[in-house]
Design a protein around this ligand. Structure first.
Ligand code: ZN
Length: 173
């Protein structure tokens, strides 16, 4: 099945039939995400695979991709960041059942048959947003009016490994 991803689904039915849904959701259906962006995003590419696993968990594997425009925290210009997020959801009926889910599943408690799928996808994309969006150092622009100080540039060259520190910071986050 492909096409626009429906706003509401009945997960158990889709699990029963091992359905794969592939399609798009317009980002303008996601107000919480849109509010954080510097420019409207296009369609979110979505692929959802429903299945009951060997342990009997009603599961969904989701893959979401969209480019989003954010503000670079170094130069304050726009930076387009590709979001690419995958998650495994386990559908359960109670808090108790959620606690017993294998740890690789993110529990989603179904209080009635229908699930707000767009909100779930939006939640995943919000989690995938970088905490501190930035251009790669080579392409990042300096703030308007910035004049590089030649002494400072020389100093930077002499420092042993400014990038290894950044790389380590990135790894640690
Ligand atoms: Zn920048």
């Amino acid at each position: 099945m492909s096409g626009p991803i429906p706003a509401h689904i009945e997960p158990r039915r889709l699990v029963d039939r091992s359905i794969v849904l592939k399609g798009t959701v317009s980002a303008d259906k996601m107000p919480r995400l849109s509010a954080l962006l510097d420019a409207p995003a296009g369609d979110v590419q979505v692929e959802l695979s429903f299945a009951r696993d060997e342990q009997g968990v009603n599961a969904m594997h989701g893959h979401y991709q969209v480019d989003v425009a954010l503000i670079c925290q170094r130069c304050l210009e726009q930076v387009v960041v590709p979001l690419d997020s995958e998650c495994d959801v386990g559908f359960v009926e109670s808090d108790e059942a959620a606690k017993n889910l294998p740890r690789n599943y993110e529990p989603v408690i179904l209080d009635d048959e229908k699930l707000d799928l767009h909100a779930l996808i939006e939640d995943e994309l919000l989690l995938a947003l970088p905490a501190v969006p930035m251009h790669p150092l080579e392409t990042c622009q300096h703030p308007p009016g910035y004049q590089p100080d030649p002494a400072e540039l020389e100093e930077e060259v002499e420092k042993p490994n400014p990038f290894s520190v950044l790389a380590k910071l990135k790894r640690d986050t």
